[in-house]
Design a protein around this ligand. Structure first.
Ligand SMILES: NC(=O)c1ccc[n+]([C@@H]2O[C@H](COP(=O)([O-])OP(=O)(O)OC[C@H]3O[C@@H](n4cnc5c(N)ncnc54)[C@H](OP(=O)(O)O)[C@@H]3O)[C@@H](O)[C@H]2O)c1
Length: 270
């Protein structure tokens, strides 16, 4: 497994498991099979309404807390200084843990003052050692610049990144700022069957999903594909026996149309 190291020297595996829309009937099985396959990082959010289920499933593994990593995200309704601190405590309780490996602001919205208040709470949580990595999600360059004058820079930015939405503009900026990009919906929720991807799948004797996920890895982007099925979890984890060349990476980049699965962070507000 390849690891990615944040600017504060904390490392995480480049592949994690997304748990959006994994409900309580599926969680234990999904987490247990993923852990057996080798997944050690699990990505949830207050907004997904399944932190309690994830916390329970992780406890059921009966391994040490240091043997797995949890990312969660502060929900939009909980932004602000005091409300972030309070919501964070609730996440710790729901996830049955006394620290979070990576804590993110889920969406930026359009109120810079609120963003700064929330980020101030993140600084306190980080200084107290309650989150090992702090970052953001769905931030554009403009949103990231709001944090330019705060004491601590975000370590990661989790953004929609898949074949149709590959955020080409923000990537060089993140690299220059030493902010690790993390791709959400890396499989475009299954929208991966494009002729060029199928061509590469045949060339490398891999599946379309493996080509798309490998494209992120070859661009040094962390991925958190979601699957409740052990076979697909294994497929999405088995990405290291081949490598795409630069020309193939660039051709895949060109599949970008700008189509989005979710809100446009430039305009989305709450
Ligand atoms: N920060 C944010 O705003 C944000 C937004 C959305 C998502 N996320 C995070 O990103 C994670 C991943 O995104 P996502 O869940 O939206 O979508 P995704 O990972 O792109 O795709 C998941 C879908 O693809 C299917 N799938 C998984 N592996 C497959 C394979 N090998 N071949 C074919 N189909 C496959 C899954 O079905 P099965 O489960 O039935 O296998 C599921 O329907 C989420 O779970 C969440 O943790 C973050």
């Amino acid at each position: 497994m390849k690891n990615i190291t944040f600017y504060n020297d904390v490392s995480m595996p480049i592949i994690g498991l997304g748990v959006f829309r994994i409900d309580k009937n599926q969680m234990n099985q999904a987490i247990s099979s993923a852990y057996d396959i080798g997944y050690r990082h699990f990505d949830t959010a207050q907004m997904y309404g399944n932190e309690i289920e994830l916390g329970f499933a992780l406890k059921e593994l009966k391994v040490n807390r240091a043997d797995y990593l949890i990312t969660t995200k502060i929900d939009n309704v909980n932004q602000g200084y005091e409300s972030t601190l309070k919501a964070f405590q609730q996440s710790l309780k729901d996830l049955q843990t006394d620290y979070i490996d990576q804590l993110l602001i889920h969406w930026p919205g359009q109120d810079p003052k609120r963003t700064l208040e929330t980020w101030k709470a993140f600084g306190k949580i980080y200084d107290e050692g309650l989150a090992r990595v702090i970052g953001v999600s769905n931030f554009t360059i403009r949103h990231l610049q709001i944090l330019d004058y705060s004491n601590i820079k975000p370590m990661s930015n989790q953004i929609e990144r898949n074949l149709l939405q590959n955020e080409n503009d923000i990537m060089p900026y993140l690299k220059a700022q030493n902010i690790i990009p993390i791709a959400w919906s890396p499989l475009g929720r299954g929208n991966i069957h494009f002729p060029f991807i199928e061509e590469l799948a045949e060339k490398y004797n891999k599946t379309a999903a493996q080509i798309v996920l490998r494209w992120n890895i070859d661009s040094d982007v962390m991925i958190i594909p979601k699957s409740i099925h052990a076979e697909r979890q294994a497929e999405n984890f088995d990405l290291f026996a081949f490598e795409l060349n630069q020309d193939e990476i660039e051709q895949i980049n060109k599949l970008h149309t700008g189509e989005r699965i979710s809100f446009d962070p430039e305009t989305y507000d709450f």
